[in-house]
Design a protein around this ligand. Structure first.
Ligand SMILES: Nc1ncnc2c1ncn2[C@@H]1O[C@H](COP(=O)(O)OP(=O)(O)OP(=O)(O)O)[C@@H](O)[C@H]1O
Length: 750
């Protein structure tokens, strides 16, 4: 007698056979396209488009291989449908759906239907598979006579969910399509327009929801979004690596993942710096500071400047320079765009000086023009202009600012000398994350004098048109043989053919966007959005003028001093109060025993936020082990070296990261320690900042009092550290533990 598993196995095998068929068809088409040789430009463009289309499709099918089908809905009217990672149709029959894409509207009841509101669903079945084999089935019957949300607290697919949550962690986040919960589904499928804020405590699935929302939006609004692309901003490179697999596993590769430090194209802001320095750089006061710093680069000399032009002395006096500067500033152009106006005024003044020397009455307009041209080309004149109003890149401008105590004082007169000293640095040092928004702001203020580039582009286009004309002429000669045949001329002219070449940029929207500061995205998603500074928000708002954005975060977890503790504050300057707030309330990561301790810390933070309720208990109470200060590193190393199942994070205050890291490495040589620790290692040593957004099976929190003391937001940091674990938490401490941890059970050493 065949079991239900056998029945499902048969169906699932049929789906895989279908998938294999699609793959091999696409493979054949791709191979055929690649073999096509053509010198015709139009055919070549088509060939390239077809190649990338087929390659994309193959990637899409490849991504669906694991867990192709994971659900089935049986409806009260006797029909049923299967839910999976992609949609499959019966091309031979009536184009009947064989498998519904999880993002399609028809799949919604799989995530939303409850006994109280079954939406026509009689039974929801979770089909668990390993490779292509069906391993288990979990059924929920929903049309019980007097439906009510049963004892499971409204969880959908509880058995599959708990099995996913109890699995040991690998250091890489996985997708949750099989077990998305109703409150998460609402957010994932929320409309594209406007700003949506998702506030949720630790482990409520904010990151998971943000990533699935990106996949959903790209599926539903593909036309709109594939051209402009979607940007996801995360807190640091380690985190981006941690989440990097999720979207490809959902078949989406066109999303740009960046940290704030990457936001300025071509630069990587990753050098560490003191928290206070980042706070100053993140403040909105930097907008005026940078304006002052730019104005400071438009100089008027205190004394007359003497220039040697053609062995003659010429003088640029302060009043002349001031007048030229006033003229350029009055145009209200950006610094670099205003420079030609300044230069022209200086050259005009020098021309007049020269004319006076030679005797103006003897010179006609032609002579004056010659003098002007010669002066404009003179090295000494150019040098003077460069010194008084230099052409500046954002990088040069910011490096010069950081390198000079005087410039910093002019730009930031209202902060303390100690704070200014924090910004002073050698131009050779690399950029920090907080510098990226300043580079972008500087680029706005400096502007680009792109006249030379535009002229070059026009020249290029003319050359391409000439070339295209040549191509068409040759085709025309060939076509001359038969006047009835439609010629290339009938279809396209040289201008359009050349433009088509120009469009022929085979990079994806994400790749082009990464290289282009003026790129605007179709949608922007920000994770850990509470951490972003006012200056970072300015960049993101410039990159997303339509304000189609999803911001996920938790204002109780803010660690950056430039971050926020209210959503309204960051959004008011851009959208006033026109934004939607949704909340996630269930913690899928942290077991109830740990959350109870973390909730004490949250209460001390006085945010007014309610701790999320955990879906699981593990029976393992968090513990504390007290040790003498000198023994702390070794005690932590001993604990980290124990044979726990799964991954362990050792979360330490920044002041101890070196010592503890060294001690752990001596006991666990393959532990991951350092700026960018490898999360797939079994033991990882991290600061709280590095652990943001991540999770591990077990967590050792070292010296919590120092975590709290280290920052104005130290309690928030402790809250983050305590909520990284999926199974157990231990605290190791030499000092008294903070009051919120008073109740922890003591663990005996040894
Ligand atoms: N519906 C779900 N099904 C299965 N796993 C889930 C579900 N929702 C969340 N999870 C899991 O719970 C864990 C926490 O999710 P996630 O990291 O997205 O939470 P978060 O709200 O971003 O947390 P934090 O603010 O603490 O960084 C992850 O392992 C995620 O895969």
């Amino acid at each position: 007698m065949s079991t239900e598993i056998d029945v499902e196995q048969e169906y699932v095998s049929m789906l895989y056979a279908h998938l294999d068929g699609l793959r091999s068809d696409t493979d054949t088409r791709l191979a055929r396209t690649l073999r096509e040789a053509s010198s015709n430009p139009q055919a070549m463009t088509q060939r390239d488009a077809a190649t990338s289309h087929y390659s994309e499709q193959l990637a899409h099918y490849g991504a669906a291989e694991n867990g192709l089908c994971f659900g089935r809905l049986d409806f009260a009217d006797g029909t049923r449908s299967y839910i999976g990672r992609i949609g499959l149709f019966d091309a031979e029959g009536d184009y009947e759906p064989l498998l519904m894409d999880w993002r399609a509207p028809a799949s919604r009841p799989f995530y939303l239907a409850t006994a109280a509101s079954p939406d026509g669903v009689r039974r929801r079945r979770h089909i668990r598979t390993s490779r292509r084999r069906v391993t288990a089935i979990d059924d929920e019957v929903l049309d019980l006579a007097d439906g009510h949300d049963s004892a499971n607290g409204g969880l959908v697919g509880e058995a599959s969910l708990l099995s996913a949550l109890n699995a040991t962690r690998t250091g890489r986040m996985s997708d949750i399509v099989e077990t998305i919960q109703a409150e998460q589904d609402e957010i994932i499928r929320s409309g594209l327009n406007g700003v949506l804020v998702v506030q949720g405590g630790p482990g409520t699935g904010k990151t998971a929801v943000a990533l699935h929302r990106a996949a959903y939006l790209l599926f539903t609004y593909r036309q709109q979004l594939s051209r402009r692309g979607v940007l996801i901003v995360g807190p640091n490179a380690t985190f981006l690596k941690y989440i990097g697999q999720v979207l490809p596993s959902l078949g989406e590769t066109g999303v740009l993942l960046q940290t704030v430090g990457d936001l300025y194209p071509g630069e990587r802001g990753q050098r560490p710096e003191p928290a206070r320095a980042a706070e100053i750089k993140g403040s909105v006061d930097m907008v005026d500071a940078l304006r002052r710093a730019v104005a400071d680069r438009q100089e008027v000399p205190l004394d007359p400047m003497v220039l040697i032009v053609e062995r003659e002395e010429m003088v640029l006096d302060p009043a002349t320079v001031a007048a030229a500067r006033g003229r350029a500033r009055r145009t209200r152009r950006t610094h670099n765009e205003g420079r030609p106006v300044f230069a022209e005024a200086i050259v005009a003044a020098l021309t007049q000086q020269e004319a006076n020397r030679l005797g103006a009455e003897f010179l006609d307009a032609g002579d004056m023009a010659d003098i002007r041209r010669e002066l404009a080309a003179d090295d000494a004149v150019q040098e003077a202009i460069d010194a008084l109003w230099p052409q500046l890149t954002p990088q040069e401008f910011l490096s010069d600012l950081y390198a000079s105590a005087e410039r910093l004082e002019t730009a930031l007169p209202d902060i303390t000398p100690e704070d200014r000293a924090l910004l002073l640095r050698s131009p050779r040092l690399g950029w920090t994350a907080a510098d990226a928004p300043l580079l972008d702001e500087a680029a706005e203020l400096l502007g680009v004098d792109d006249r030379a580039e535009r002229a070059a582009a026009e020249r290029r286009l003319r050359d391409e048109q000439d070339y295209a004309q040549g191509v068409l002429d040759i085709l025309q000669m060939e076509d001359d043989a038969d006047p009835d045949i439609l010629t290339a001329y009938d279809l396209i002219d040289a201008g359009r053919l050349a433009e088509r070449h120009d469009d022929e940029d085979h990079r994806t929207a994400a790749e082009r966007a990464a290289a282009d500061r003026s790129w605007t995205f179709g949608h922007v998603i920000v994770d850990e959005a509470q951490e972003l500074s006012a200056m970072a928000w300015r960049v993101l708002m410039r990159r997303c003028p339509t304000r189609s954005m999803t911001l996920v975060g938790d204002v109780a977890q803010t660690g950056d001093l430039a971050g926020t503790d209210t959503w309204a504050d960051i959004l008011a300057p851009y959208v006033e109060d026109r934004w939607r707030l949704t909340e996630l309330t269930v913690n899928y990561r942290t077991p109830a025993e740990i959350m109870a301790v973390a909730a004490n810390v949250l209460a001390e933070l006085k945010t007014g936020l309610t701790p999320p309720s955990s879906v699981r208990e593990t029976g393992i109470e968090p513990w504390v082990q007290r040790v003498a200060e000198v023994e702390l590193p070794d005690a932590v190393a001993d604990l980290a070296a124990q044979d726990y199942p799964g991954t362990v994070a050792v979360i330490v205050p920044t002041c101890l990261v070196e010592d503890i890291g060294q001690a752990v490495l001596t006991r666990v040589p393959d532990a991951a320690v350092g700026e960018r620790p490898e999360l797939e290692s079994r033991v990882v040593v991290l600061t709280v900042r590095q652990s943001k957004g991540l999770e591990f099976d077990g967590v050792l929190v070292v010296e919590p009092a120092a975590v709290v003391a280290e920052s104005e937001r130290g309690l928030n940091d402790l809250y983050v550290a305590l909520t990284r674990a999926t199974q157990w938490v231990g605290v190791v401490s030499a000092a008294e533990v903070p009051a919120a941890l008073d109740g922890l059970r003591a663990r005996q050493s040894g």
